[in-house]
Design a binder for this molecule. Structure first.
Ligand code: ZN
Length: 149
């Protein structure tokens, strides 16, 4: 393992421990449950938008699963709050593209921030769903929250 790989692994382990956003919101606009049967990861993501904008005001989740899935949910919380729904959906697409890259390419760290740590995970096809799980749930939740307006 090179120095960069181990740095990225540390980012994932730190987030898996910190679990930012690991609490369910009381009055969400929408919630979505996702399950990853191959690994056994489960997550429920709840979101609340700002009353007069399409900006994410709060995001919280409750889940159980491997370090990769929990770390990804923690990074999601850090990166989703304050973004508009279209911005979050665009970021999700960027992340999905990287996770489907099988370790190829040079993802943009300015855009992906801590998500860059998951680039190495994309080499392991079985773990891609672990990385995407919280993001897929959030994607569905913000779409539902927007549609409900
Ligand atoms: Zn997993």
């Amino acid at each position: 393992m090179n120095a960069l790989d181990s740095l990225y692994q540390q980012v994932i382990l730190d987030h898996a421990k910190a679990r930012h956003g690991d609490r369910l919101l009381d009055a969400p606009d929408a919630e979505h449950f996702e399950r990853n049967p191959t690994c056994g990861d489960e997550i429920t993501v709840r979101v609340r938008l700002e009353p007069d904008t399409d900006r994410v005001a709060e995001l919280g989740w409750q889940g159980d699963g491997c370090s990769i899935s929990m770390a990804s949910a923690s990074v999601l919380t850090d990166m989703a709050v304050g973004r508009t729904v279209p911005e979050l959906l665009a970021l999700t697409d960027e992340f999905r593209t990287m996770m489907r890259s099988r370790g190829a390419g040079e993802p943009d760290e300015d855009v992906l921030e801590d998500l860059i740590a998951f680039h190495g995970v994309s080499k392991f096809v079985m773990r891609v769903k672990c990385g995407m799980l919280a993001w897929v749930a959030a994607e569905a939740a913000v779409r539902e929250a927007t549609a409900a307006r």
